[in-house]
Design a binder for this molecule. Structure first.
Ligand code: ADP
Ligand code: MG
Length: 691
């Protein structure tokens, strides 16, 4: 039950003065449906209004003047504005209204009246006269104190001006109660942070531009509150899942034999990840582990050895990939080594039909297949397992939380391994995956030559293509990436098709194209031809699935590389350099490059460690959406900026653990912290990462 003290904040925005049925939906779109959402809406800007006179007014500045109205000038033609001419001791100024009801204006502000007027003062382009178009304020002179000298500017939307929003926000602030402190007193003192209520008071009454910066004590305090609320939810979710007993899976001889039989030795990082998985398996608690590592770092092999342990125990595993191509590749990687030791794996995708499909389903239902590899087809209702004990999700961010849950639900308290090739900086790991345990495979299998990476301006396209031609003549294969960047997908597609046509002039039929709009079967067919070496060049939009394995491909050309995120470029580059051949990556850009873009391309040239690149990428970004994560389940914070406030993430996680470890915490013994959680509404079953 929600504590009574929070009722005013959870009231609908419609309960605020002046918010009727027209305005309420606008506020809801802008901020959210309840009063709290307005309170959480931070101002973006600050307007200073200087008092001035007609003689001293400055072009382009927000200023306030006290004037006498001289006359109303009606429009002569439709489309012309209504004008009010006014003056003070030093000169004239015209108030211009394109919208609004002139006669009403005239009644409200008759000739001869003394008014205070405020807005952006400009010089009319034609006659160089002083004017204010749509003044922000026009009030009787005796109400001059209602015109603020400093005004916080809020996000606005069609039909709802910033100033109205500000009014509602300030009313929400009035309703915000004082709440007991949930942060640690000593910590607060050390940080020099104000109380919660005081912080909001200051947030909505900024006194200078610096008050709006993410680094102020006010903002940091509120950011910490939000991060803490989220970390509490994640920690609770993790604890809850841990508390569910799951079957223990002992490390097996079978697993060891399969490992010994591999044509290579595991890297140190793979060994570590496997040991962590085995420790989870042995614990009797339910495993939820994320295995992070660059494409080709050997995640799938590690997961396979986990599956072997499960098979030795007589239970089953399922590995789900986001696309058919990837599912097939995984199947090809693991089916052989497993089969040699008597473990049967089946591949199940949307293509399986009729009796072949029925046979696979029967194998899974009676347990004769210990491993299923597949796509979304795996969680269709008629796919049943005899005893599913482990769900492995590849490219986990491409599945919704529900989808992951649906696969896990085919077993009872099934263990979960999520795999991701998106390197996440350590600091962000906690916000994205705070409810998972994380293993990092930060070491590449030996024998891979680093990809020689160069940046080149578009002007050198001819030269690049010439070299590509020479390389192809010697049997090389290349990816050619055209970005999805413009507003319209069709325009992007057209660009990719144009590139295809241009390359076909040189390479003939040995060039193929894949893109997101292509039906899955066609995409597979083209990819297949490339994988088998029948195509020399594969033109692709970025949709080419991360992780697709074409070891023979050794050249990666990326057009408009400056438009991609660093992490994304790194992933694209990871598609080559998989074999022993020398590989190359060419980053084509449209000059001139900004300093930032230059730095980014430079980092890429110098390192191929995904984690280091992700860390750098984060440093280089001022804020916003780090690594384009918002679409991949990154929490939508309102007061915290995961980049600017990243130093607060770990302390918030530590403090969350501390709070939850306090005696009585689980049974509601921490009322202030509970208020915090209610306030932010992070439910333990929502948010990022796998459920
Ligand atoms: P990921 O899933 O991280 O993309 P995979 O497990 O699919 O990587 O491995 C990529 C390729 O590298 C596979 O062909 C696999 O057989 C091979 N591989 C994996 N681990 C090693 C290793 N330790 N040494 C050599 N090759 C390896
Ligand atoms: Mg992979």
């Amino acid at each position: 039950m929600r504590p009574q003290i929070l009722y005013p904040l959870f009231a609908p925005v419609g309960s605020l003065k002046g918010v009727g049925p027209r305005v309420a939906p606008l506020i809801e779109r802008l901020a959210g449906p309840i009063v709290r959402d307005l309170l959480f809406l931070a101002p973006q800007n600050l307007v200073r209004r200087r008092e001035t006179t007609a003689a001293e007014a400055e072009d382009g500045e927000n200023q306030t003047l006290t004037v006498t109205l001289d006359r109303h000038q009606r429009p002569h033609r439709p489309g012309q504005p209504w004008k009010i001419r006014a003056f003070d001791d030093s000169g004239f100024i015209t108030l211009v209204y394109f919208k609004g009801h002139g006669p009403h204006l005239e009644r409200q502000h008759p000739k001869g009246a003394r008014r205070v007027v405020s807005g952006k003062v400009e010089r009319n382009a034609f006659d160089y006269e002083l004017q204010i178009v749509h003044p922000d304020y026009l009030l009787p002179a005796e109400r001059a104190d209602e015109v603020p000298q400093l005004e916080a500017i809020y996000p606005a939307t069609a039909g709802l001006a910033s100033r109205q929003v500000r009014r509602f926000v300030l009313e929400a602030l009035d309703r915000a109660p004082d709440l007991p402190e949930w942060q640690d007193a000593a910590w607060l003192r050390r940080q020099g942070w104000p109380s919660w209520r005081t912080a909001f008071e200051a947030l909505h009454h900024p006194t200078s531009e610096t008050d709006l910066a993410a680094g102020t004590p006010i903002r940091r305090r509120l950011a910490f509150d939000e991060l803490l609320a989220h970390q509490l939810a994640l920690a609770q979710r993790k604890a809850r899942r841990r508390a569910e007993p799951a079957r223990a899976v002992p490390a097996s001889d079978l697993g060891r034999r399969i490992e010994a039989d591999l044509p290579f030795r595991l890297t140190g990082a793979q060994h570590r990840a496997l040991a962590e998985i085995r420790a989870d398996f042995a614990s009797g608690e339910r495993m939820s582990r994320l295995v992070q590592g660059d494409v080709g770092s050997g995640k799938t092999v590690v997961a396979m050895l986990g599956m072997a342990d499960v098979a030795a125990r007589g239970a089953q595993s399922a590995l789900m990939a986001p696309t058919e191509i990837l599912a097939r590749q995984h199947f090809e990687t693991i089916a052989g080594p497993l089969a040699r030791h008597g473990v049967k794996a089946v591949l199940l995708t949307g293509r399986d039909k009729g009796s072949a499909r029925a046979a696979k389903l029967a194998d899974l239902a009676d347990g004769s297949a210990a491993v299923a590899v597949g796509t979304h087809a795996l969680f269709q209702d008629d796919v049943r397992f005899r005893e599913l004990a482990l769900a492995v999700i590849d490219e986990q961010h491409r599945f919704g939380v529900n989808e992951r849950g649906r696969l896990q639900a085919k077993g009872e308290a099934a263990h979960l391994i999520a795999m991701s090739a998106t390197p996440i900086p350590r600091t962000l790991e906690l916000t994205l995956f705070g409810d998972l345990d994380v293993s990092r495979i930060d070491e590449k299998p030996p024998g891979r030559t680093p990809v020689a990476t160069r940046a080149a301006p578009m002007g050198r396209l001819g030269e690049i293509v010439g070299r590509l031609k020479a390389a192809v003549a010697e049997g090389a294969q290349a990816f050619w990436i055209c970005p999805l960047v413009s507003e319209s997908e069709t325009a992007d597609l057209a660009a990719a098709e144009a590139r295809l046509a241009a390359l076909r002039e040189l390479f003939g039929a040995k060039v193929g194209l894949v893109h997101g709009k292509l039906p899955a079967a066609e995409k597979d067919a083209v990819m297949g031809e490339f994988a088998q070496g029948r195509l020399a060049v594969l033109v692709a939009t970025t949709v080419v699935e991360v992780g697709v394995d074409v070891p023979a491909a050794s050249i990666m050309v990326i057009e408009q590389a400056e438009r991609f995120g660093l992490a994304q470029l790194h992933q694209l580059r990871g598609r080559v350099g998989r074999g022993r051949a020398e590989s190359a990556c060419v980053l084509l850009y449209d000059p001139p490059l900004s300093e930032l873009a230059k730095t980014r391309l430079d980092i890429l040239r110098r390192t191929d460690d995904g984690f280091a690149i992700a860390e750098k990428d984060l440093e280089l970004r001022g804020g916003g959406d780090p690594l384009g994560l918002r679409q991949s389940g990154f929490p939508a914070y309102r007061l915290a900026d995961p980049v600017a406030h990243r130093d607060l993430i770990a302390p918030a996680a530590d403090y969350a653990r501390l709070v939850l470890a306090r005696p009585g915490a689980a049974s509601g013994g921490a009322p202030a912290v509970e208020l915090l959680q209610e306030l932010f509404d992070w439910r333990p079953d929502e948010g990022a990462a796998a459920g």
